[in-house]
Write a protein that binds this ligand. Structure first.
Ligand code: ZN
Length: 161
């Protein structure tokens, strides 16, 4: 599939959530879950500042979906996220059986930016969603949002000069 203008609207909401996370002292990642009818079922942002590094919004979506949706509803739902899932979140997505994923920036882009800025690499290997969940349907990155994502990441991760 390709990223439609409708998809971009959801992605922009995710970027807003990422910006909100950064403003709150968390890392700039935001995600939402849309049902088959397009309704936003759940949304969250990164919340690692409290000391739990697993508080990623994509992981919260998997947990919420497991608690609230039946398997058919999960499979027909779409996850939108500002940054491509990490391996942990991809695994949770696969275990819970959620549907398509659309992301604004890829994990590869983030890893490359961190490297370019001289920032520490992630402690978890950068794996594309499809490497963790072979059957996953994914779309991204969205070039329309690349500059904005780079600037949010830079504000959070680039070492001060
Ligand atoms: Zn994650």
């Amino acid at each position: 599939m390709t990223i439609t203008s409708h998809d971009l609207d959801y992605l922009r909401r995710c970027v807003d959530l990422a910006r909100e996370a950064l403003a709150a002292g968390d890392q700039p990642f935001g995600s939402l879950l849309a049902g088959a009818d397009g309704a936003v079922l759940f949304e969250d942002r990164n919340r690692v500042a409290g000391g739990d590094p697993t508080r990623h919004p994509e992981f919260e979506i998997s947990r919420w979906a497991a608690a609230h949706l039946n398997p058919e509803e999960r499979a027909s739902a779409t996850v939108y996220t500002s940054g491509e899932h990490c391996a942990m979140c991809s695994a949770s997505h696969g275990w819970v059986g959620l549907g398509r994923i659309v992301y604004a920036a890829s994990g590869r882009q983030l890893a490359d930016w961190l490297h370019a800025w001289g920032a520490p690499a992630s402690p978890v290997a950068t794996l594309a969603i499809g490497e963790v969940v072979p059957g996953a349907v994914t779309d991204g990155p969205a070039p329309e949002l690349t500059a904005e994502m780079e600037s949010l990441y830079r504000a959070c991760f680039a070492p001060a000069r």
